[in-house]
Design a binder for this molecule. Structure first.
Ligand SMILES: Cc1cc2nc3c(=O)[nH]c(=O)nc-3n(C[C@H](O)[C@H](O)[C@H](O)COP(=O)(O)OP(=O)(O)OC[C@H]3O[C@@H](n4cnc5c(N)ncnc54)[C@H](O)[C@@H]3O)c2cc1C
Length: 407
C-alpha cells in the first residue's frame, strides 16, 4: 500500500453523523483545525426511524439553523408515540411542546456535518490509532490507499460498531450483548394506525423491540431481537399480528434495512468514554434513550466531547478528566430514562406517559402493568434488572450515577 505524508490536524473525528456534527461544531467554532473521517460516500443512508425528540429538535435548530425541506420525510413531523399492549390497550402520548420533525437521515446528517464547518474526508475508513501521550497517530484507508493523520485529540463518533472503541478496547464488543434491528418498507393497502404517531408494541411474543410508522406512503414495520435470530421470520410474525389485531394490510416488502445495536450500556450506566487523548461519544459510547431514541443523546454527548477538548486545551487539563466531568449531565439524562425510580416519581421522558396512564381505568392500569412485567421478562437473560436497581438507588442517594462503572 502506498502512503503519503501524515496530515496534521488539531482534532480528528471518526464518523460524520450527528454526534460527529455536534462535536465538530464546538471545535470549529473554537477555531480549531478539525477533520471528520467518514467511511461512506456522503450523503449516505442511515437505518433509522428518524423520529427526533423535542430536545434533539431544539439542539438542531439552535446549533445548525432551521431544517431545510430535503432533511424531512413524509409525514414531515411526528406528534408523539403510541404504546400498544397485548391486552389491546393502546396509549397515545404527544411529545412535550408539539410535533417534531421526521428526519431523512441521509440528508439531515449531511446537512448538520456541512453546517458544522468541519473539513470532511468521506469515503475514508479509520483503521487504527496509537496514542503517544502527546498526540495521536491515525491510520485510515481511502480507495485502497493508506492515509495517515496526526492529531492532538481523536473523537470516536463512529456508532455502535465503533472501530475507535475496538482500537482502544479490543475485547469490549465481544463482552456485550448485541441486538439485530430490521425494518421493511411496504406499500399501504389499509392502515388504521394513526400516521401522526410512532407506534411501539410491548409484546413479548413479537420481539424485544417492535415498531411501525408511516413514511412516504409506505408503512415501516420493524422488529428488534437478539443478534443471530432470523429477521424474515420475526418480521412475518409481526406483520401477521398487525393484520389480525390492528387491521393493517400491506403489500409485500419493497425494501429491507437492518443493523446490529449495542442496546444496553445506558440502561446499566456502563458507558465507554475512551482513554488518553481519545474520546468516545454518541452511540459508540453507549448513549441510547428509551424507544431506541439515540439522536438527541448523540448530539448532546458529541457537543460535550467537543467542549471537553476546547476546555482541556484552554485550562491545560487532562481531556479525559474534563470530558468525564462534563458528560455526567448527559449520563443522568439518558440513564434516568431507564431508571424505575425516575419513571415512577419523576418525568424523564419527553412524552407524558404518566398523565396518559392516569387516564386509564383502574382495571386497565392493572392490565397494562401486568403486560409490562410480562414484556420485561424477555430481557431477564441479560441480568440488567439488578444493575438497574442498584444504579437507581445510588442515583437517589448521591444525585448522580457512579463514574467508576465507565470504561
Ligand atoms: C432501526 C433504527 C431506528 C432508529 N430510530 C430512531 C429514531 O426514531 N429516533 C432516534 O433518535 N434514534 C433512532 N435510532 C438510533 C439513532 O439512529 C442512533 O442512535 C444515532 O444515529 C447515533 O448517532 P451517532 O452519531 O452516535 O452514530 P451513527 O449515526 O451510527 O454514525 C456513525 C458514523 O460513523 C461512520 N463510521 C463507522 N465506522 C467508521 C470507520 N471505521 N471510519 C469512518 N467512519 C466510520 C458511519 O458510517 C456513520 O456515518 C434508530 C436506530 C435504528 C437502527
Amino acid at each position: 500500500m502506498k502512503t503519503d505524508k501524515a496530515i496534521a490536524v488539531d482534532v480528528l473525528i471518526v464518523g460524520a453523523s450527528l454526534a460527529a456534527s455536534a462535536a465538530a461544531k464546538r471545535l470549529v467554532d473554537a477555531g480549531l483545525d478539525v477533520v471528520a473521517l467518514e467511511r461512506r460516500t456522503l450523503p449516505r443512508d442511515k437505518v433509522c426511524s428518524g423520529i427526533l425528540s423535542p430536545r434533539g429538535h431544539r439542539f438542531l435548530v439552535e446549533n445548525f439553523g432551521p431544517l431545510p425541506e430535503e432533511t424531512l420525510h413524509n409525514p414531515v413531523s411526528c406528534r408523539g408515540v403510541t404504546f400498544h399492549f397485548p391486552s389491546m390497550i393502546s396509549i397515545p402520548m404527544d411529545f412535550d411542546g408539539g410535533p417534531t420533525p421526521h428526519l431523512h437521515r441521509k440528508f439531515s446528517d449531511y446537512w448538520t456535518i456541512t453546517q458544522s464547518g468541519v473539513t470532511i474526508h468521506d469515503n475514508t475508513t479509520f483503521l487504527e490509532l496509537e496514542d503517544t501521550g502527546k498526540g495521536v497517530l491515525i491510520r485510515a484507508r481511502k480507495e485502497g490507499r493508506e492515509i495517515r493523520y496526526t492529531a492532538r485529540f481523536v473523537i470516536g463518533a463512529d456508532g455502535p460498531r465503533s472501530a475507535v472503541t475496538k482500537a482502544l478496547y479490543p475485547d469490549y464488543q465481544k463482552s456485550i450483548p448485541w441486538f439485530m434491528v430490521g425494518q421493511k418498507f411496504q406499500k399501504i393497502i389499509a392502515c388504521p394506525l394513526d400516521s401522526d404517531y410512532f407506534h411501539f408494541w410491548f409484546h413479548p411474543g413479537l420481539g424485544h423491540y417492535t415498531w411501525s410508522h408511516e413514511r412516504n406512503a409506505q408503512q415501516i414495520v420493524g422488529v428488534g431481537f437478539p443478534a443471530g435470530g432470523n429477521l424474515h421470520t420475526m418480521h412475518a410474525n409481526v406483520e401477521k399480528y398487525l393484520e389480525e389485531k390492528h387491521g393493517v394490510k400491506l403489500e409485500p416488502a419493497e425494501r429491507l434495512e437492518g443493523c446490529t445495536h449495542n442496546f444496553g450500556p445506558s440502561l446499566i450506566n456502563r458507558y465507554i468514554f475512551g482513554k488518553g487523548n481519545v474520546l468516545i461519544t454518541g452511540q459508540a459510547a453507549g448513549f441510547f434513550n428509551m424507544l431506541a431514541e439515540g439522536m438527541s443523546c448523540a448530539l448532546h454527548s458529541g457537543a460535550i466531547a467537543g467542549e471537553a477538548i476546547v476546555e482541556a486545551m484552554q485550562r491545560n487539563r487532562p481531556v479525559q478528566e474534563v470530558y468525564r466531568t462534563l458528560i455526567a449531565s448527559e449520563v443522568r439524562r439518558c440513564t434516568d430514562q431507564w431508571n424505575p425510580v425516575k419513571i415512577i416519581f419523576g418525568n424523564p421522558h419527553e412524552a407524558d406517559f404518566k398523565t396518559a396512564f392516569g387516564k386509564l381505568s383502574r382495571k386497565e392500569k392493572v392490565t397494562v402493568i401486568r403486560d409490562l412485567v410480562d414484556f420485561l421478562k424477555i430481557y431477564a437473560p441479560y441480568n440488567w434488572g439488578r444493575q438497574i436497581l442498584s444504579q437507581s438507588c445510588i442515583r437517589l442517594l448521591r444525585g448522580e450515577y457512579p463514574s467508576n462503572r465507565w470504561l
